[in-house]
Design a binder for this molecule. Sequence first.
Ligand SMILES: Cc1ncc(COP(=O)(O)O)c(C=O)c1O
Length: 390
Amino acid sequence: MELRRIDRLPPYVLSVVTDMKAEARRRGEDIIDLGMGNPDLPTPQPIVDKLIEAAQNARNHRYSASRGITKLRLALSGWYERRFAVEIDPDREAIVTIGAKEGIAHLAWVLLGSGDTVLVPEPSYPIHQFSAIFSGAEVNSVPLSHDTADFFADLTQAYERTWPRPRVILVSFPHNPTGHCVELDFFDRLVRFAKDNDVFIIHDFAYAEIAFDGYKPPSILQVPGAKDVAVEFVSLSKSHSMAGWRLGFCAGNARVITGLQRLKSYLDYGVFQPIQIAAIIALNECDDVPPAIAGVYQSRRDVLCDGLDRAGWHVDKPKATMFVWAPIPERFRTIGSLEFSKLLLNEAKVAVSPGNGFGAAGEGFVRFALVENEARIRQAVRGIRKVLET
Ligand SMILES: Cc1ncc(COP(=O)(O)O)c(C=O)c1O
């Protein structure tokens, strides 16, 4: 029997190395896991304490509100105000999601159907492409690299070349996996373009708070009038190390937020209420947490990039995200990113993500996730140095 929506999916390359890593660990090998972007830092204690307290109250064991409890949406609105001087109406312009990933996947259902086209940078975080595929739409990719000079020009050219015209553009800056970053001027131009061409923008802002060396990633909602044509996803997964809690938000265009709310009201009953209550603490009382977490990733970035550099592998330091996007050293480039990742796993005992797991345009790269401590990253560099020297 055909599994209609599943059979259309391309093979999930990222799982190849993940499976090999699990197998090696079962054999008792010490693998340093810089593969999946799964934060290793603990969620701050005040947030955990609030979860425990809220879980003790039977009133919180019932179905919650699918769109999120009012106080949590208010807390998001306060965060936007403090961080970006952006006003978000918590009732009309904000919704809680089960992480950004779930929100993006379901928003694609709201906005797209067969015959529609979406523009998405490639390489990309897999759900950016798969959400469109699940909804039945076609994906048109726009190549993106960490050093792309003018992504806006590339994007608009791709738009002009696509027929029927894309209805949605999905972008995400700071960008996983390439680390590409933009300034507010990019969003300014994008919003104007969207208005002129009647296209809708989804901005995945998962790395809003994970930025380095004084760089402050802009929100698309800072652009006056952005709410007419855009929504933005934010997430507590990385900013507060709450990846397993599954809590994110979508904010912006009221009509689209209402659409997502309607769809989700058929599909889920909301995030477990104690998690939502604890998330209020994260947003209202933990503004010192995201900079501290970003500081840890920044130090790890430096240990990795400086160590690789000393081993003869030059990799640019990203300004943001928890990833390092590394061009495969010349000598190994012909074997491809999957084989090179297998080599690092087998010989250096380091798991990384092959670049082609993020789309064909990621070929020639591997992605390091900064999710082990500095001592382990130094150990990883030692293993990699041996591979490079053989
Ligand atoms: C760009 C991007 N968006 C979304 C997510 C997932 O966010 P969440 O945990 O909120 O679903 C990730 C996780 O790696 C990501 O890299």
